[in-house]
Design a protein around this ligand. Sequence first.
Ligand code: NAD
Length: 454
Amino acid sequence: MNYRKVIDLQRQFFNTNATKNISFRVKELKHLKHVLKKNEALLYESIYKDFKKSEFETYTTELSIIYNEIDLALVKVKKWSKKKKASTGLANLPGKSYIIPEPYGTVLVIGAWNYPYQLSLCPAIAAIAAGCTVVLKPSEVPSHTAATMAKLINQNFGPGFFKVIEGGVQETTEILTVKFDKIFFTGSVAVGKIIYEAAAKHLTPVTLELGGKSPAIITNDVNIDMTAKRLVWGKFLNAGQTCIAPDYVLVASDIKDELLSAVKKYIEKAAYHVDNQNYTQIINDKNFDRIENLIEKDKVYIGGDCKKEERVITPTVLVNVEFSDKVMQEEIFGPILPVLTFDTIEEAIKKVNSLSKPLSFYIFTKSKSIKNKVLNEISFGGGAVNDTLMHFTEHTLPFGGVGNSGIGNYHGKFGFDTFSHYKGILQKPFWIEPNLKYPPYSATKLKWLKRILG
Ligand code: NAD
């Protein structure tokens, strides 16, 4: 495929100013929802083929998130796109100031494989709401999903406005040689650096949604049963293949045993089996082997069964884990939960801060002072107090990383902002112009200027 041609086509279309029209954006977003709703069976089927994932989980973790993002944009896009008044300083009176949101232009969205629909389509929705044209390159790893996305979008939208290009490393490398007005990438830290470098050649702004090891700290005053329930759900959803899954647990040493037995209880209660559709497969053999290799058999508290033919790894909890263990050297991105302990909160904070800044962070505690201390002293993308994952579903919260876990954010209005440039405008009338700033300068003028400007 000649990628330059696709992008030229999008530029031509963007330059017609059609996407600047709010009713155009509303029409296209409604159309996208209609296309997805009409083809829901295909969406469920493709996810099932790639992950053996249930309709229940595909709805809760993919479709509902996409529909919510579209519905919110439909209600808010007019307000978000309005020019906003800003105050004007004495030096510019009489005059008025305002800010105009303007779409970046032709943007590239590159998706990850773990929630292939929502991680590709939610940024695209934000870009459309902001008035951009979109080239979407979904992850090639879930092949059925990528093909379905390409089919649905390319059959229902003009290529000058919204186009899916399928492909892997080679195709993406080629696409990245072309200049875009914004690149939105979701994926690994290593590839994020490649994207950043390619974007820098064209001075293209980027949003990088990356990963990392997201910790859960649990103090000894918690409701252990509720903590375990929320922890187990957040960890083993999608078989741990969630960028914001609690990667590891740091629990107060005096409640470790109680927490472990509650975790075991909830793993058993959830009946995690692919056959009953309460669980999902590991995406491919490469990831299966990588995850299996992280399990040290003599540290398994529960789980640890690896069935290669089915690509299933049972929910696994590891105990007696040290920070130097191999499971602590990389993002797990699979169903293994290492449990480490701490004696003082200062020690826990120090350990978390010794690793790269995480995408998410979870603190389970009833103590207000500990909560405030960790939120103040640990840098991370976003997170939850006494819960896991659910901060992702709040469109009022920006979602994104910091440091190694990413640059920028999205969801709701934050997504609109991510694809918008804010033009600052000062507008002056013709009827008056004070002479103070103009030469010839004088001591009197300077005296007055100092009074006005401070
Ligand atoms: P990945 O980096 O391997 O792939 C992401 C995308 O980049 C894919 O579309 C892929 O085709 C493309 N790509 C891969 N190699 C490339 C290269 N050399 N040049 C150009 N493009 C290339 O990531 P993944 O395996 O799909 O996802 C797993 C990672 O993504 C984990 O680290 C996870 O934490 C992170 N993630 C982050 C978020 C988030 O919202 N922050 C969400 C999901 C996943």
